[in-house]
Design a protein. Structure first.
Length: 285
């Protein structure tokens, strides 16, 4: 038996936000065993906490969707650290924990007074979609994309196709063709499609993330997807080089997540609250 948590991320309210399953002591488990557990939980991600292999890190994390392992993901990073801190993890720097994962070292700021965690996104690689790929994406979505802003494939360890729709209302009304979306993702070597639309004239946005090729039709509230959107908006000149804004995600699934984004010094930070909804043990030898 191993200690187990389910943590809702990007919310302070149980059963909102996005849940992640966390196995707190996964030492000795094989990748095949981890994948089997992740398929059983059937959440967008399940994580496994391990001792670090480098002195710079406070802990190591392996992250699995129901069908595959990811080198990095946002809400599992924040939810897993929340669970580890509850279980007594004491980072060497009380204000920053360093996570080791497949994408390298990820620092996470800890604000205990505000009850928030904030991760620094891995350095991205961007590739503009071709005209043909852009047209295919619009067909998959069944809705036009925002004009004058070509979509991109944003690789932060997780690879998201990022695009803007005309408005938050258009995004909320979206009903993509999931089979076509999965085929599109596989053909581009992407893990999913993250879309955003603006709420009125302000900078606050609505976000939706679809990942049918990774076993999740729609991710309720996605940290890496929101971070990729911030990277995309900065690269397209849609926000300033130094900027802060808020995003909402999950309303279409009844989850109502709230994400804070900061662009500063060439880095992108993604933050929010988290709350534990399940504590117990899982039957892993």
């Amino acid at each position: 038996m191993r200690e187990f948590r389910v943590v809702d991320v990007f919310t302070a309210t149980p059963f909102r936000g996005n849940p992640v399953a966390v196995v707190l002591d996964a030492d000795g488990m094989s990748g095949e065993e981890m994948q089997r557990v992740a398929g059983w939980t059937n959440l967008s991600e399940t994580t496994f906490c391990l001792p670090p292999t480098t002195p710079e890190a406070d802990y190591r994390l392996r992250i699995f969707t129901p069908v595959s392992e990811l080198p990095f993901a946002g809400h599992p990073t924040l939810g897993s650290l929340h669970a580890l801190l509850e279980a007594g993890l004491a980072p060497r720097d009380p204000g920053v924990a360093v996570q080791e994962c497949g994408a390298g070292l990820v620092p996470v700021r800890i604000d205990r007074a505000a009850g928030t965690l904030c991760l620094r996104m891995p350095q991205p690689r961007l590739r503009d979609l071709t005209e043909a790929e852009t047209a295919r994406l619009a067909g998959v979505l069944g809705a036009p994309l925002a004009g004058g802003c070509r979509p991109a494939l944003v690789d932060v360890g997780v690879r998201w196709v990022v695009a803007e729709l005309a408005s938050a209302e258009a995004l909320i009304a979206l009903r993509p063709d999931m089979a076509a979306c999965a085929a599109f993702e596989r053909d581009l070597g992407a893990d999913g499609v993250t879309l955003f639309g603006r709420h009125g004239a302000g900078e606050d946005i609505e976000v939706r993330s679809f990942a049918p090729s990774s076993g999740m039709a729609e991710d309720p509230v996605c940290g890496s997807g929101n971070g990729s959107v911030a990277i995309f908006r900065r690269a397209r000149g849609l926000i300033a080089a130094e900027a802060e804004y808020a995003a909402t995600q999950g309303r279409c699934l009844g989850r109502a997540g709230h994400i804070s984004l900061q662009v500063s010094g060439g880095e992108v930070y993604v933050g929010g609250q988290a709350v534990t909804t399940v504590k117990g043990e899982i039957a892993i030898d």
